[in-house]
Design a binder for this molecule. Structure first.
Ligand code: DGT
Ligand code: CA
Ligand code: CA
Ligand code: ZN
Length: 585
């Protein structure tokens, strides 16, 4: 019997292959929607399969239902097999190469019969690719550069990818015999936006170690055992990521957790604080220094917890997100309470797309998904007219959309649902920094997110002028994804964010933290600047589907890392407060 996950994965693969094959847009979207629906379902899909009533599920049409029945019966999904014939699965990875669209990918594949990116790189290097029309000179150079970037970044993965790997492995270990303590450590515990390898730490007595490593190294995601020692095992998962599991004595757990959480920079300061107090701090614990200034292993200092170790070194407990040696020592010498934004503080969803532009769900469906998740409001922001490639809205369409929103709000009111949809727009910042509509239209929105989507690689001074104009524009409520970076894929624009943050504060313009795990932009490393200047952010999912709303989770992780408390997060305000703010602006 297939699991929901199996079915969702198969449908998603069809979706991706269809995209590559250049299938009709509506068919492609249908598979994407169906896959997301199945992934998010709480009941077992098999009960629908048995009752032959899959089409009762919203988002699954008749033809996809047939595909799923066939899959359940035979273990193969005919539509998937058909597409695999047309487009080899290996080509999917090519979609990540910028400068190479689906059409050219298929053309190259047909002409040269290759499916590996390494083979493509060879073709470029020996000049063969240039023989295909439209792929010579400049575009070949661009493709080659992009491949080199990808190779470089293969060493790391995004935060969401790391979580998706770490959590199931963590869950498979946490209740096993002998596990007294268990935590995810390393960069993942610190909520870094990209992760090298995943580190898991267990506190257990020696007699349990071997069994625990057995479970770990035979986990269903593991494809390769990279090493197995007495206290550490490393594996590679089917996603190509490395996971390290270390098992320490329960009494060493707190010290080891601190050590393996890092960062290295944070640890360096901690060790020097220990030395100043005549102590030595390492992964095994806290010891006295002998007269030669070396660790005296016979003098372990007792400690109860991480917090206790920090106390002994003159500090309050430092939340893992802040352990980067970026001012946390000054703060936690003084403060015990340093409140950081929490997911439960978020009251509404700002920055979401609907079918009016490039979103996959209607405004109503997006609103219902927000209500389901307990939010009080939704700020819809479809693309503006210049973004024609993303279905940007004409002035006429905006007026129709406003009517629809008024109507929906009226319906909510009548039904006694305490929920508000705000009228927003994600306006392109044009090349000269102006927004994408005349003032009388801009004035009709509740709020405006101003984002750059084109010509991201302008020279720094031109780009800065562009941003300055957008920030100063009285209709700009907030900047969207300021650098435009796509993590591990594309660098952001060359801009001076410190200056822009100051200017934004001066003009009462916010800067979003785009919570898409591809972006996480504004970056957390500007957190100190934001805090000093009093910048207000909004943690925005930039959702293009109902699922996308849940990306807020990653935005909150990054906002915490950037030291934001809830009073500097706009969408931690209630619907009433937000309404009052929009009316005032
Ligand atoms: P990553 O994996 O590149 O995303 O980053 P981390 O921080 O997870 O680094 P990783 O996995 O190499 O090591 C995990 C932690 O262990 C690291 O944050 C601090 C600690 N650690 C590892 N090696 C050293 C070292 O040579 N010196 C110090 N002070 N700490 C280390
Ligand atoms: Ca790591
Ligand atoms: Ca590691
Ligand atoms: Zn955008």
């Amino acid at each position: 019997m297939p699991t929901n996950q199996d079915v969702a994965e198969k449908l998603n693969l069809v979706f991706q292959l269809m995209q590559l094959a250049g299938e009709n847009r509506f068919k492609v979207i249908a598979f994407d929607k169906a896959s997301q629906t199945v992934k998010g379902m709480s009941d077992d899909i098999n009960s629908y399969i048995e009752n032959k009533n899959l089409t009762d599920i919203k988002g699954i049409g008749k033809s996809i239902a047939e595909d799923i029945y066939a899959y359940a019966e035979t273990g193969e999904m005919p539509v998937l097999e058909a597409f695999k014939e047309k487009v080899p699965v290996g080509l999917l990875k090519w979609l990540e190469i910028s400068g190479l669209g689906p059409k050219n990918i298929l053309k190259i594949h047909k002409e040269f019969g290759i499916t590996e990116i390494s083979e493509l790189k060879e073709l470029i290097e020996n000049g063969e690719l240039a023989k295909l029309s439209g792929l010579g000179g400049k575009s070949a150079e661009k493709i080659k550069k992009s491949i080199e970037w990808m190779e470089k970044f293969d060493e790391r993965c995004r935060l969401d990818e790391a979580i998706a790997i770490a959590e199931p492995i963590f869950d498979s270990l946490k209740d096993l015999d002998g596990v007294e303590d268990i935590e995810i450590a390393g960069s993942l515990r610190r909520s870094k936006e990209t992760i090298g390898d995943i580190d898991i730490l267990i506190g257990a007595k020696e007699e349990f170690i071997s069994d625990l490593f057995d479970v770990f190294t035979t986990h269903e995601r593991v494809t390769e055992i990279l090493g197995r020692g007495d206290t550490k095992s490393s594996v590679r998962t089917k996603e190509g990521r490395q996971v390290d599991l270390r098992i320490v004595k329960p009494e060493n757990f707190a010290a080891a957790l601190m050590y393996f959480t890092g960062s290295k920079e944070h640890n360096v300061v901690m060790r020097s604080r220990a030395r100043q107090r005549g102590l030595s701090l390492n992964e095994y614990g806290l010891f006295k220094l002998n007269s030669d200034g070396e660790t005296d292993w016979d003098t372990p200092q007792p400690f109860e917890s991480e917090s206790d170790i920090y106390k002994q070194l003159g500090l309050n407990w430092v939340p893992p997100e802040l352990r980067e040696d970026r001012g946390e020592f000054d703060i936690f010498e003084e403060t015990e309470e340093f409140p950081l934004i929490e997911e439960s503080d978020i009251k509404g969803v700002i920055h979401a797309h609907s079918t009016w532009s490039d979103g996959k769900f209607s405004i109503k469906e997006m609103a219902e998904a927000c209500i389901e998740r307990g939010y009080e409001y939704l700020g819809i922001t479809d693309h503006s007219k210049t973004a024609a490639y993303a279905g940007g809205l004409t002035v006429d369409e905006i007026k129709q959309q406003w009517e629809e929103i008024d109507q929906l709000n009226e319906e909510f009111k009548k039904a006694g649902t305490n929920f508000t949809i705000f009228k927003g727009i994600e306006s392109d910042i044009l090349a000269d920094g102006s927004l994408d509509y005349e003032d009388d239209i801009l004035a009709g929105f509740d709020f405006v997110i101003a984002s750059v989507h084109q010509s991201l690689d302008m020279p720094r001074d031109k780009m800065m002028e562009r941003f300055r104009n957008a920030i100063k524009n009285p209709y700009t409520t907030m900047l969207g994804h300021p650098t435009g970076r796509l993590l591990l894929k594309r660098n952001g624009s060359d801009i001076d964010l410190n200056e822009l943050i100051e200017l934004a504060v001066e003009h009462n313009t916010m800067i979003e933290i785009n919570a898409s795990p591809w972006r996480l932009d504004l970056d957390w490393s500007f957190g100190n600047k934001a805090r000093e200047t009093g910048l207000v952010t909004s943690i925005n999912p930039d959702a293009h589907s109902t699922d996308g709303i849940d990306d807020i989770r990653y935005g909150v992780m990054i906002a915490r890392k950037g030291k934001y408390s809830k009073d500097r997060v706009f969408n931690a305000k209630s619907a009433e407060e937000v309404k009052a703010y929009f009316n005032g602006k």
